[in-house]
Design a protein around this ligand. Structure first.
Ligand code: SF4
Ligand code: SF4
Length: 425
């Protein structure tokens, strides 16, 4: 891929040497973790292709869009409504933050005890290795946890196109009003960026596009309820990760194609693992590309992952936006209601998430829950304790894992996970 796209990367301002070393690590990780899996659905070939061209073809498409005057908006959180970007003829891409980069440089801006996700966002900027970030005309940060909130103050000194969205922390009427007013403010900012006024029709159409891609993932999730399960957790996670930066219509079509294939597999009782393999629900912090460490350990230790209670998973995609509104006000209200239901651990109290994890564990026939918390992530690590208690009261075993993007704890994690899976058997 390197030679074909070098001039494009240079024009975007990437550091070619640093970028090549990132691509090397990414390529090797993908080969070792993804391509070594057995009995994958043929439809995953599309996602293998997307990953092989993740900094190539997709970036070329975005650069072409920019040449035609379309704006690119980068986002770090599932609270940034893609519907509003699309309605103003802009493209929204998720900025992944799933790998360590330029750590020494990063620690000149952030204390060492900052979560890996935030450090990664800085590392990709300081190392000049993310073409999505460099292609973005606007980057949206949000006031979620304290780490992110304060980090954006420094990140804003490294880029001149950072827009910060204020988010509520409680599920009250006043908080919902805040979210609505922030979405109104975001709508104005996007209209200013693109020079395009959002209309009822364009917003309604955008709601339809985003609902369609979420619905495709709902269909995929339903199929994972079968035993034997027809697709690995790693592959399903990949579809959830690609959701954030692929072309929406092409993504939707590709997921449906896989689902058609999985339905045939289910009819033929063909699983990716044998029937009665221990089934795990993952819950916790989001896993952005190329953060595949924990699922890889779980699925090479005799279990299969059947669901992700995560923003890169069901927490991020389970709700659709009402599309029945006929006025701008009704449509903006529908968008607000849809996102206000996301039960991120930054909310207090957050009983909805407790209930949802239990509901998912039952619906997917999970034998146990692995709670994944990033080191130094207070919201998820703190919430993990009452969550574990609540699950155990319902006889759902739970293992709390705290880790980061490094590989130093691989052996220790594997030992703990193998013991947990043994206990489930
Ligand atoms: S976990 Fe919270 S802060 Fe992180 S992406 Fe999800 S909603 Fe946003
Ligand atoms: S993982 Fe936790 S600490 Fe890190 S950005 Fe997300 S909510 Fe904040």
């Amino acid at each position: 891929m390197s030679n074909t796209y070098e001039s494009m990367w240079l024009e975007l301002g990437l550091n070619l040497d640093a970028h090549n070393s990132l691509l090397e690590v990414l390529g090797k990780g993908y080969t070792d973790i993804y391509l070594s899996q057995k009995d994958r659905p043929e439809g995953m070939g599309y996602f293998d292709f997307v990953m092989s061209e993740v900094h190539g073809l997709r970036i070329k498409e975005l650069v072409e869009e920019k040449k035609q005057g379309r704006k690119i908006i980068g986002s770090y959180c599932v609270f940034v409504p893609e519907e509003i970007a699309l309605a103003a003829n802009a493209t929204l891409v998720g900025l992944c933050s799933g790998a360590d980069f330029a750590l020494e440089e990063v620690e000149k801006y952030l204390p060492r005890n900052t979560c890996a996700l935030i450090k990664s966002a800085f590392g990709f900027k300081l190392g000049q290795v993310c073409p999505y970030l460099e292609a973005a005309d606007m980057v949206v940060g949000e006031n979620t946890c304290d780490g992110k909130k304060k980090a954006y103050e420094s990140l804003g000194t490294l880029m001149d196109n950072l827009y910060v969205m204020d988010l509520p922390q409680m599920k009250s009427g006043r908080s919902r009003d805040l979210l609505r007013s922030e979405y109104d403010r975001f709508k104005l900012a996007v209209e200013k960026l693109t020079g395009i006024a959002i209309t009822q029709d364009s917003l309604k159409q955008a709601i339809g596009i985003v609902n369609a891609k979420r619905s495709a993932l709902h269909r995929l999730n339903q199929l994972r309820k079968s035993d034997p399960v027809p697709i690995s957790g790693l592959d399903a996670l990949l579809a959830n990760q690609v959701f954030f930066y692929d072309n929406p219509a092409r993504f939707t079509e590709s997921v449906h194609k896989i689902c058609d294939e999985l339905e045939k597999r289910i009819d033929a009782k063909k699983g990716v693992v044998p029937e009665k393999t221990p089934r795990i629900l993952i819950s916790g912090c989001p896993m952005a590309v190329p953060n595949w460490k924990l699922p890889w350990i779980i699925e090479t230790s005799g279990a299969v992952i059947v669901g992700e209670e995560s923003c890169v998973g069901e927490r991020g995609t389970r709700n659709l936006t009402r599309d029945s509104g006929t006025t701008m006000d009704e449509l903006m209200d529908a968008i607000t209601d849809r996102y206000f239901d996301v039960d991120c651990a930054i909310f207090t109290p957050n009983q909805d998430r407790m209930d949802h994890v239990e509901e998912m564990a039952n619906a997917y026939g999970a034998d146990g829950v692995v709670h994944y918390g990033l080191q130094f992530c207070q919201p998820y690590m703190m919430e993990a304790i009452p969550l574990e208690k609540a699950l155990e009261e319902k006889d759902i075993p739970c293992l709390r894992i705290e880790t980061d993007y490094g590989m130093e704890d691989l052996g220790q994690l594997k030992t703990r996970i193998e013991a947990f899976i043994e206990q489930l058997k």
